[in-house]
Ligand binder design. Structure first.
Ligand SMILES: [Zn+2]
Ligand SMILES: [Zn+2]
Length: 374
């Protein structure tokens, strides 16, 4: 009897402390609600823990719970979390020469007798395209595919059926090759042709080319043209930087009087190579109708350097010509976002963003349900 009373008193005290804690938490939540809402709108890192209560939130509030994306300004921009954030370094590399050029060179070239105004205008115009396309590549949707479209049976705790581990082959116009489809065990969807799962972003991406560490985002169907624009405009920006700075050096009798112009020439020569080589690489990749991922799979290496880019004889997407291939990939339609960060879904009831591996482990208590989703 004593024991029972003791245990009852103990459970009462636990219950009361739990109640106090919950009360404290909800009070704290109420106090900080406006601040949390504003902060979460500015930067959404971990998703919204009370998302099921709100039920009409925009997708950016719960996409971070299933992907590695973080969102800024209400889901308008995105980046991948827990990386080296090399994209910030690239941003500085783009901005620094423009600042130096504006301070030390623009005035001198603008007021010359011969008039180099047009070159200065072109530099700023191309630089603005370079910056804009970089931001679009790095922060826009590469073509994220929705989750949990093709699920197993509810009765079997959504375990993946055995037949989903097989590949599906679809016939094409080419008699000697097929299109192969695979099931993504993490996203639980049959992936469309040329799509693949990015383990850094933790999502499947439409027409996936590669995950670019320099922009800290995947390059896929919806941002490929921005990526190519960025490579082209950054190469041209370096050229205009070199030309403009060289004019200043040529017009100055003593080269030691124009140290910044010399610095900008060196800067331009150092920064032109990487985007230019990458642009040439993508010209050949698109001309041979291949994505980077398909090409690496074909050559069997993780690094494409020192490998000849050749047309694949068994390529089912071949258009029958270098320029036809190039046009079909470079000018492909972006299409609508399949998972828009700004769109309002019914959170808690929309399965396309749920992480079924954890939720069904909790519901069913079956450890196997987690294994199958890994
Ligand atoms: Zn996937
Ligand atoms: Zn990625």
């Amino acid at each position: 009897m004593k024991i029972r009373r003791k245990s009852s008193r103990y459970s009462d005290s636990v219950r009361s402390s739990k109640f106090d804690y919950e009360e404290e938490c909800s009070q704290e939540r109420r106090d900080k609600n406006w601040f949390h809402t504003l902060f979460r709108w500015i930067i959404t890192i971990n998703g919204d823990p009370i998302i099921n209560e709100t039920n009409n939130a925009r997708n950016y509030r719960y996409l971070p719970t299933t992907t590695n994306y973080i969102f800024f300004l209400g889901g308008r921009f995105r980046q991948v979390k827990d990386t080296q954030y090399l994209s910030l370094g690239v941003l500085l590399i783009i901005i620094i020469p423009m600042v130096l050029f504006s301070i030390f060179e623009t005035g001198k070239l603008w007021h010359t007798e011969k008039g180099y105004k047009l070159l200065v205008i072109w530099f700023y115009y191309i630089w603005a395209i370079c910056l804009g396309s970089f931001i679009k590549t790095a922060t826009s949707d590469p073509g994220v595919l929705p989750r949990n479209v093709h699920l197993g049976s509810v009765q079997r705790n959504f375990q993946i059926p055995q037949e989903y581990y097989n590949q599906i082959t679809l016939p094409t116009f080419h008699t000697d090759c097929n299109i192969v489809l695979k099931y993504c065990k993490t996203c639980r969807i049959w992936r469309p042709p040329r799509s693949s799962h990015c383990s850094i972003c933790e999502t499947c991406v439409l027409m996936h080319d590669h995950h670019c560490v320099w922009v800290n985002n995947c390059v896929g169907q919806r941002n490929y043209r921005y990526f190519l624009t960025f490579l082209t405009s950054s190469t041209l920006t370096s050229i205009f930087l070199i030309v403009n700075a060289a004019i200043d050096v040529a017009r100055t009798p003593d080269v030691t009087d124009t140290p910044v112009a010399v610095l900008l020439i060196v800067y331009g020569f150092l920064t032109i190579w990487y985007p230019m080589i990458l642009l040439m690489y993508h010209v050949f990749m698109t001309g041979t109708q291949q994505t980077t991922r398909e090409y690496l799979k074909q050559i069997g290496f993780k690094n494409p350097v020192f490998h000849k880019i050749k047309r694949r004889p068994d390529n089912p997407f071949e258009r029958g010509g270098f320029f036809k291939n190039m046009g079909s990939l470079m000018l492909q339609v972006r299409g609508n976002a399949l998972v828009s960060a700004r769109h309002r879904d019914h959170a808690g009831t929309d399965w396309t963003h749920m992480d079924l591996s954890t939720s069904f482990q909790m519901v069913s208590g079956h450890p196997e349900s987690n294994e199958t989703a890994a």
